[in-house]
Design a protein around this ligand. Structure first.
Ligand code: SF4
Length: 373
């Protein structure tokens, strides 16, 4: 069992981001109170297993500062049992780690950072409208290492407007020179209602061509593997023993409780989601009602989800899992379909595990496999 807390505030809107967040920070305290109420309501309704991990995501949870995060964390520890040595992660923007030093976060119980760096080049950070510069990003990582954070990850993005392969190699080299044991690498996608979407429609976004973006992905794979990182999930790399426990649990279909606006939960076979609205979320809890809405997956949705979560992981999809959930004929049907795709997309057919090339074309593969139910 894991716990996710979505802190829905950001200092400024990055031009590519479609996550749920508000720039109005006036309601920070009210939101913390509402999140406490939601945790208490779940704890009184459900008998949950002990927590292996707690993850503060967002938005920008570091924006709340250590004091408010400690209030949420301490209440979670009172309400839910914790497994031995739990992973307690905080998504942090570099400027917040300068404002609130890593040692302070360590004191309140955070033991892993996921630092949103995105690029070490100020030109691209400006284009993305990030709230920090490259120097702050490097300092934040150095401060975290000096404070004894062994678990430290950073996010980098490729395929940025105007970015060349050379620019990307420089970002990877910089990351390799820093004390890190985990990296999340994302290709830029253009999401509706973002500034980049608007620019794309106006023809003013200079994006790399598809083949160039594919080379960015391959370059990351080869460079990081050479540096001792395992490519254990389509977007994630870790040194041995440093995979994200929280995310691995999620990809493996384990139970998780999500707290905060827009958060999702999966509890004993049932899914829930909270409204992506700070106002509706807080009002519901102030009225004494849980804001979560129940979701049920039909057969086709459950099939699609199994494929999406399993194929993104290095371990892939086992025959046993498919047979247990959908029968042995479903496994045979899958195997038959896979033969229509280039063999170099697969590390193995049993389990079905994708290679770097397979991950590159995973969307195309999934579209074909989704149709099977
Ligand atoms: S800081 Fe993170 S959540 Fe906030 S706008 Fe930027 S990318 Fe989105």
């Amino acid at each position: 069992m894991t716990l996710y807390l979505h802190v829905p505030f950001c200092k400024q809107a990055c031009h590519y981001c479609d996550f749920h967040f508000s720039l109005n920070l006036n309601k920070k305290e009210e939101m913390v109170q509402a999140m406490l109420l939601e945790m208490e309501a779940w704890a009184s309704r459900l008998k949950l297993d002990s927590l292996q991990s707690i993850y503060f995501g967002g938005g920008t949870p570091s924006l709340l500062g250590p004091q408010a995060i400690a209030v949420l964390l301490n209440r979670a520890k009172q309400l839910f049992a914790l497994a031995p040595d739990p992973e307690i992660s905080l998504e942090a923007n570099p400027d917040d780690l300068i404002r609130h030093p890593p040692l302070r976060w360590k004191e309140i119980g955070i033991n892993r950072f996921s630092i949103g760096v995105q690029s070490f080049n100020d030109k691209f950070l400006g284009k993305l409208n990030r709230s920090h510069n490259a120097e702050q990003a490097q300092n934040a990582i150095a401060f975290a290492a000096a404070a004894g954070f062994e678990k430290c990850s950073l996010d980098l993005m490729f395929g940025l407007p105007g970015q060349t392969l050379q620019d990307w190699k420089q970002d990877l080299e910089k990351a390799m020179s820093l004390p890190l044991n985990h990296l999340s690498i994302y290709g830029l996608t253009i999401e509706p209602k973002t500034v980049f979407h608007q620019k794309l429609r106006l023809g003013s976004l200079d994006l790399p061509a598809d083949e160039e973006a594919a080379d960015f992905f391959r370059t990351a794979h080869h460079t990081l593997q050479k540096a001792g990182f395992e490519h254990y999930e389509v977007s994630n790399y870790a040194k041995p023993g440093h995979r994200s426990r929280h995310n691995s649990h999620y990809w493996s279909g384990g139970n998780y409780l999500g707290i905060g606006p827009s958060a999702h939960s999966y509890l004993n076979g049932t899914r829930y989601h909270n409204p992506a609205s700070n106002g509706r979320y807080m009002q519901s809890l102030q009225r004494g009602q849980l804001p979560a809405q129940m979701e049920s997956l039909n057969q086709a949705e459950a099939w699609n989800e199994m494929l999406m979560t399993a194929l993104r992981q290095k371990e892939g999809l086992t025959k046993e899992k498919v047979a247990t959930l959908f029968g042995t004929d479903a496994w045979k049907m899958l195997q038959h379909q896979l033969l229509k795709f280039p063999p170099e997309w697969f590390l193995s057919y049993e389990p079905i595990a994708l290679s770097c090339e397979g991950w590159l074309f995973m969307d195309r593969l999934l579209v074909a496999l989704f149709r099977l139910t």
